[in-house]
Design a protein around this ligand. Structure first.
Ligand SMILES: [Cu+2]
Length: 181
């Protein structure tokens, strides 16, 4: 119940932020979410192209899934700076979260993945997020097979960030780039 309230509060804050940014240039409203790297990397497609997902009020929806094969289905996620990211993580497998748990953790720039991953390993009671939380921009809880969860956060400043699953032993394979343009 406490978690729910917290999530609701966070949502309310994010909505407030999103509304505050409504007045930015129209250009800011165009969010590119890449779910197919080869398709979106064509230089012929400029930012005015209509094929990319557009967002309402600067909110961009991103979905990513994780499997019993210990893999994310995406290696790259692209969003526009300043947007509110509504990210859904889905565990498409069947295995228990104690055996094949997955989360999505967006790391701050400069954080070393393997040293973070080793620290995270000791934080089982905190969804494998180190208690200080200092190296993390946003994260989901740990999911087991068949579960899904959605988080919202503000995209950090333009740049390339790493995302990982911090379940013990997964970060070496389950990682990708979160690109803010
Ligand atoms: Cu995982």
């Amino acid at each position: 119940m406490a978690y729910y309230n917290k999530a609701l509060l966070l949502f309310a804050v994010l909505v407030t932020i999103a509304c505050g940014e409504k007045n930015q240039e129209q250009e800011e409203d165009k969010i590119v979410v890449s779910d197919n790297i080869s398709k979106s990397s064509s230089p012929a497609l400029d930012s005015d192209s209509d094929i990319s997902n557009k967002s309402e009020n600067g909110i961009v929806e991103v979905s990513i899934s994780a499997s019993d094969q210990m893999q994310f289905n995406k290696e790259e996620i692209k969003v526009k700076a300043g947007s509110i990211v509504k990210l859904t993580l889905k565990h498409t497998g069947e295995m228990d979260k104690k055996v094949m748990g997955h989360n999505f953790v967006l790391l701050k720039q400069g954080v070393d993945i393997s040293s973070f991953g080793q620290k995270a390993m000791q934080a089982e009671d905190n969804d494998y997020i180190p208690e200080d939380g200092e190296q993390v921009i946003a994260h989901t809880e740990i999911l087991g097979g068949g579960e899904s969860t959605t988080i919202e956060f503000q995209a950090p400043e333009a740049g390339t960030y790493d995302f990982i699953c911090s379940f013990p032993g997964h970060y070496a394979i389950m990682k990708g780039k979160f690109i803010v343009e």
